[in-house]
Design a binder for this molecule. Structure first.
Ligand code: ADP
Ligand code: ZN
Ligand code: ZN
Length: 826
């Protein structure tokens, strides 16, 4: 038979595979004849890389090798195994991950792995064993033949993991005769997931084949009759386990019924539903306020037109943004398109999940970080199959396989948890905008305190600007007041953690049977110097960020440009001798409060307790139920939660946040205070916010207490422009890690030289190398280089050229990570 010309052209001979390792390249494998029909782009395969078998993702199939390739055809290895019949990756997700890999200079394989639910990616191992045919034919082989040795080993000791087997026969690579044994069916190769991979869950069930009334037919035993009755009562089908229990019968009764053709056995697919037993809130259709209506109409317009648009929805906390998102999502579904809502890690509370489930029922899939792998897999599968059309999730849900995506909502778009802080570094908000553009969808960025970048784009007209200026029912926002700790210090003649004003307010709040949140804005690692008399910290003369104190050699260091100076013994600003290192921990603060208010029930939440997730959730629930009077915690308490009985929020040390050596320190502090103010007085009771600071005239604090976003923006954007920070320049951060500090410095310097060489047009400013803010982490020494440029394209060209030269010179690229658009400069 002669195959038609066209199909011979399209028969896949080679596969390009992205493998999740640190190398930014694709690998080519030959598609064996047996797989040519079923292999698809987007499926996972097992391939050999070096001596290891690894799972990879097919990103392209080729009828022949590309011309000009350096590959030698005879050296190309076969794809070992095809792992999927239905590709888990849609063409949209492949496209998007390709963009992410490109833009963030990340290995495509790593991005693909991040895009799929954990569990589907379990590591796979190969085992080999002897077949029956092998056992028969072993005697026909010569004893000194390698094949004979291998077969006897398998016969005597049973199944082997491939690498263990190779070790045993003293071979470092797969010997040529192994595939021959396999081709002759003398041995068998199997793929096993090391950690059991997550898949759909099934259970045995039976179904009636004939109609009702059969249980009373003659010839039935009593047990058979009971079984048939129970089945009929349950609509004709039931899991085997339930049937044996309810009808009080043994398995053999069911076997007989099957044999007699009365019932048939089938595999029932179970759905692991994270909200199976949750009680859901009511979903009254609220009559929208006129501001909400205007916002909704602006979203609906491009949605109905099928056009790409990005809108910034700027609304104070409690202004009804979520209601607008919900109705816009309903609108997308009515237009027969899918929808996605991304939320920051911390705010994907049980409350929000239930609220959305109540609205969208089975149409919604929820990706929650405390789901089991099984639940996550099932939720993902329902989207992939098109059974669910809406997804609610955190960062990685941006890659969810939503069909015909029409709308993406990003709540709290300024939140830094949208940035993945490990490879592949990507920003879910920016990725979502690109996804929307590719799929002609609408993006709504929602926030009470938009990021400087997003507001800047709204100003320039790149995004459409929508506003909800007032709280629903005109509930007042909490008043924020600054407490000047310099005065408190002067009064007490020694540094104190709590001002009298804040202590008094805590007592009063408790007396009124209302609740308090005490917030410590401190991350526990940054040491810096602050003057208790004038409130100034000491900044870098070049970078305008706070210098970090290094205790070991009593120096102050800039983590951007490596400027160093000796720690002074008196304040350079006011000559006071009361300069001080900042930092109290949540535990000490909790202790202090317990002593001061023995009758109060006090709870604590911080990073340590967050690791113990159950305890963390229980504390929040207890606080919500009123079983805790006062909650102490870090900034994670500032976001999202809605506790109507909280009327006092105290911020103990806002200065620690202001002084972080990060150009976004002021922006973060402004956002924090605005969010905190949104926590107090959510219900009908008025709220009060007290902020302790040594720096009451700082512009971020002034504008935050006045609730003046615009005032803050205008001032901050000027700084960014003057000092050359985003959104006016593109940033990249190169981090060098090494166990040996001298090596780390040498590598960083070498890299810097290559960068300087590639920067011949002076398109970039290259700062550093300087020690990273965590100069030593997990026993590795860390040096960083910061690169700024007004041209993103030129910046990438410079970095790519320098990295290439570095690798060609034998540099260890494994020791280097590159972050494009870094968010957390810490
Ligand atoms: P945000 O997301 O901006 O913080 P929400 O959408 O959660 O605000 O709304 C705050 C509160 O106001 C919620 O309890 C919500 O049910 C209620 N709400 C929102 N819109 C309306 C409306 N149009 N009429 C009455 N209540 C509303
Ligand atoms: Zn001073
Ligand atoms: Zn500096």
């Amino acid at each position: 038979m002669i195959a038609p010309q066209a199909s011979a052209e399209s028969v896949p001979q080679f596969a390009q595979v992205a493998i999740p390792i640190h190398l930014r390249k694709l690998f080519t494998y030959r598609v064996p004849a047996s797989m040519r029909v079923s292999i698809r782009v987007g499926s996972r395969v097992m391939v050999q890389l070096g001596t290891k078998s690894m799972a990879g993702y097919i990103v392209a199939l080729l009828p022949r090798l590309r011309t000009g390739t350096s590959l030698i055809e005879s050296e190309i290895k076969d794809v070992q195994e095809l792992l999927d019949v239905d590709p888990p990756l849609t063409s949209e997700v492949l496209e998007l991950t390709r963009w992410v890999a490109d833009y963030y200079a990340a290995p495509w394989g790593e991005v693909l792995r991040a895009a799929l639910p954990a569990g589907i990616n379990a590591t796979v191992e190969q085992t080999i064993s002897i077949t029956e045919k092998g056992q028969r034919e072993i005697h026909n082989l010569a004893i000194d033949d390698g094949k004979h040795r291998a077969l006897s080993l398998l016969e005597n000791e049973g199944e082997f993991e491939l690498n263990a087997f190779l070790l045993r026969i003293g071979s470092s690579r797969t010997p040529r005769w192994l595939p021959e044994l396999e081709a002759d069916e003398l041995i068998e190769r199997r793929y096993r997931t090391r950690k059991t991979a997550t898949r759909a869950k099934h259970r045995r069930a039976v179904r009636l084949l004939r109609d009702a009334g059969i249980s009373s037919e003659a010839g039935r035993t009593e047990a058979q009759r009971r079984a048939l009755d129970v089945l009929t009562r349950h609509g004709g089908a039931l899991a085997v386990a339930s049937l044996t229990e309810q009808a009080q019968i043994s398995d053999s009764v069911i076997k007989t019924l099957i044999k007699n053709g009365l019932v048939v056995e089938f595999d029932e697919q179970l759905r692991r539903d994270p909200l199976a037993h949750a009680s859901l809130p009511d979903t009254d259709q609220l009559a929208l306020t006129s501001a909400q209506k205007t916002a909704l109409h602006s979203i609906e317009k491009p949605l109905a037109e099928g056009a790409f648009a990005t809108l910034l929805l700027h609304g104070v906390t409690g202004s009804g943004k979520t209601e607008v998102y919900l109705q816009a999502m309903h609108r997308a579904l009515e237009l027969n398109r899918g929808a996605m809502m991304l939320v920051p890690e911390i705010s994907l509370t049980p409350i929000l999940s239930r609220r959305l489930r109540a609205h969208f029922g089975d149409q919604i899939a929820i990706f929650h970080s405390s789901l089991s792998k099984g639940e996550r897999f099932d939720e993902w599968s329902r989207l992939r199959a098109g059974e669910a059309r809406v997804v609610l999730g955190t960062r990685s849900a941006v890659f969810a396989p939503v069909k015909d995506l029409g709308l993406i909502v990003i709540d709290e778009e300024q939140d830094s948890s949208y940035r993945q802080e490990e490879s592949p570094f990507y920003h879910a908000r920016d990725t979502a905008i690109v996804r929307a553009q590719k799929e002609s969808a609408v993006v709504v960025l929602g926030s009470a305190t938009p990021s400087l970048e997003s507001f800047h784009h709204a100003q320039s007209g790149k995004y459409q600007y929508l506003q909800l200026p007032d709280r629903i029912a005109n509930r007042p926002l909490a008043r924020a007041e600054l407490i000047d700790m310099r005065e408190v210090f002067a009064r007490h003649k020694k540094p104190v953690v709590f001002s009298d004003e804040l202590l008094e307010a805590m007592g009063q709040t408790h007396a009124r049977k209302e609740q308090t949140i005490i917030l410590l804005n401190r991350r526990g690692y940054s040491s810096f110097i602050l003057c208790r008399s004038c409130g100034e910290s000491i900044d870098c003369p070049n970078c305008d960020v706070t210098l970090t104190y290094h205790r070991s050699d009593r120096t102050l260091v800039c983590h951007y440009c490596n400027h160093r100076q000796r720690a002074p013994s008196e304040c350079p600003n006011c000559s006071s001798k009361y300069i001080y290192y900042v930092g109290e921990g949540t535990e000490q603060v909790e202790e202090l409060l317990r002593k001061r208010f023995p009758q109060m029930r006090i709870g604590r939440i911080d990073r340590d307790t967050k690791a113990r997730r159950r305890e963390f959730e229980q504390t929040l629930l207890d606080f919500g139920n009123g079983d805790i009077d006062l909650l102490v915690g870090t900034q994670m308490l500032a976001k999202g939660h809605d506790f109507p009985n909280v009327t006092l929020v105290g911020v103990v040390s806002v200065d620690a946040g202001l002084a972080l050596p990060d150009f976004r320190a002021a922006e973060r502090s402004f956002q924090l205070i605005t969010q905190v103010a949104g926590r107090a007085g959510r219900g009908d009771l008025p709220g009060r916010v007290l902020i302790q600071t040594y720096h009451p005239h700082h512009y971020a604090l002034r504008h935050a207490t006045a609730q003046d976003y615009r005032g803050f923006y205008d001032e901050e954007i000027r700084h960014r422009s003057n000092l050359g920070f985003p959104p006016f320049v593109a940033l990249a951060l190169l981090l060098v890690r090494h166990k040996d500090p001298a090596r780390a410095r040498t590598i960083a310097q070498q890299l810097r030289n290559f960068l300087a060489e590639a920067n011949r047009d002076h398109a970039c400013r290259i700062l550093g190398p300087a020690p990273a803010p965590f100069a030593r982490l997990r026993n590795e020494h860390r040096m960083q280089i910061l690169i700024k440029s007004r041209s993103r394209k030129q910046m990438r060209a410079v970095i790519d050229e320098a990295m290439l030269k570095f690798e060609e010179a034998g540099g260890e690229s494994r020791m280097i990570s590159l972050e494009i658009d870094p968010v957390n400069m810490m």
